[in-house]
Every structure is written in C-alpha cells, then in structure tokens.
Design a protein. Sequence first.
Length: 369
Amino acid sequence: MGGTTETFYSVIRRQGITRRNFLKFCSLTAASLGLSPLAANGIAIALETKPRVPVIWMHGLECTCCSESFIRSAHPLVKDAVLSMISLDYDDTIMAAAGHQAEAILTETRAKYKDRYVLAIEGNPPLNENGMFCIDGGKPFVEKLRWMAADSMAIIAWGSCASWGCVQAARPNPTEATPIDKVITNKPIIKVPGCPPIAEVMTAIVTFITTFEKLPDLDRQGRPKMFYSQRIHDKCYRRSHFDAGQFVEEWDDESARKGYCLYKMGCKGPATYNACSAVRWNGGVSFPIQSGHGCFGCSEDGFWDKGSFYDRLTTIKQFGIEANADQIGRAAAGAVGLAVAAHAAVTAAKRLTRKREGVVQEKRSKFQS
C-alpha cells in the first residue's frame, strides 16, 4: 500500500494541492493539536522533508467501530492521512491484499523498518485457552501482537477495547480479554480510548507522530493530554444549566425540550475526560449530549461494569442558583435585618452612655460651685 520514500508534501503536490492550501492545512493541524500558530511552520517543514511513517494496523477482539470512526475524519480527510501522511502498509479491513499476500507484508515491514514503524491496534487479545478465542491468519492474535510489537517504534491502542478491555472484558470475562498494555510492557503505548474515539483525535495523533517523530505528552493513564486533559462537563454547552440547578427529570419533559442538563438522567460528563464537547463528531456537527442523550463515559476504564447508563454514579453537588434564589433572597434580607438591628442597638447604647456622662458632669459642676 505504498512505500515510505516520498514525503507527505511531495505526494499532495502530485495530487494537485497548492502551496497555499498546504500551509492552510498546517495551520489547521497546529490548531487542532492545541499548538501555537508558530508551530505551523514546524509542521510544514516536517511534512516537506520527512518520509512518511509506516503503520501496521491490526485487529483483535472488537467491532471495527474505531475504523468506522477513522474513515470519517474531516480534518484532515482520511484519504489524505492514509494515502499521503502515512504509509498504511497493513490493515486487513481495508487493504486489497488477502491471505498469504497480506501476511507477507507484516514480515516485510518488520524486517525493513525495524524500530521505525508504528503498530496501531484496534481491539484486544483474549488470553484464555492460549488465545484461541481470536485467531488471525491461523494463529492466536496475541502471538501476532507480540511478534509485531517487538520491532515497533511505538503502539497506538485505538479505542476502549485496546485501552481498557471494554465490553469484551465485562464480568465474568470468560475469554480473558486483556488491554494492550497488560500484554506489551516494553514499548511506549498511546491510549486513545472511546467507543469509538473521535475521528479527528485519531488523525491528529497520527499527524503529531509524523511531524515531530515522537509521542505526544501523555497523562498518568497513557492518554494524550491534548485531548484527554479536560472533562466533557468543563466545556459542555449545558454547563450553565447544571450550575443553575436546571435538570431534565424525565425523558421528553419540558426541561428536556429546553435543553437543560442531563446529569440526573445519568450523564457521566462530570466524570469523563475526552474532547467530545470541544471537537465534537461528524466534522464538528454534534455530540451525544447535543443530540439529547447523556454521556455514558465510554472513554473511561470500566464504564461497562458500572451499572446502567442511566444511573447517576457520582454525588457531585450543583450550585443550584435558580432553585435557591428565594432562599438566597431570604438569607440576604435576614442578614440586612440583623445588621440594622445591631446598628440600632449600638446607637442606642452610645446615646445612653452620653446621657449618663452628661448627668455626672452636671453634678460635678454643682458640687464645685
């Protein structure tokens, strides 16, 4: 599916892309990665001079929703990411080759690009029965995973399946579906959780690695900080209703029609770290909360075993400004009343003291005379 001798820039120029549009692409990429405008120049230089990164994309236990998300990327378009930015040498879901031809690509890439290719994993390996619950090319997937990981530069764990185990690992987990980082422990791993991850997040991470030849900054759980450092709740457009104590109480009630907060309907936005409310889906059109359904925390570890998606899992207290307005008013009025009474009492005491002092002074004057 292409070699790695050409650069991204040479490929897109051959496709008729102008220099102006190329620089515009670099600026948009820098913005999506949360970098300063000055970084656009560095991205342009890297894409002009560095060869495309070879990528091996393998599939374990999963539903292919990560691939479905990836091919819907709009910034950049997936065709640009796959055909120009990287050299996607193997992906058994979308590649033309099959059987022995496809397997030969793995052997060739492993030998030719030792320690220079990125291994992207969608899904996870089951370990029970020596991995026999997932057979790929006549071998347990876990064997192929370890074999290809040994000579890779880094591993990207696409989605919650590869990052955490997801529904395949739900109790009682009869296949022993296991996250990638529990199987591969000697390679850097980027976790990109979500069921599925956001398309632009996936392509942005590929762009970052291509441009800077290093991994993005990761949090303590191995997720890219640029996309997983804030809660969905922090940038949710319904946050003001949460702060005001305005909640949907039942599906399709008046509050739901007004777009009030979905926290009481089980929304996990206050406890979920992802870029859904900022980047959104389908080219930035919408995200679940905007569509009227609460977040169920699909990018968080163990979300599948934490009960119903419509149960409140946290006890976060809202401010309730609107709900408590009368109480706040009464408290303020009471405070003012107490202040007035205190002022009156102090004034009366001062007057009584001055009156007593006047009487004493008058008696002293009479005595002296």
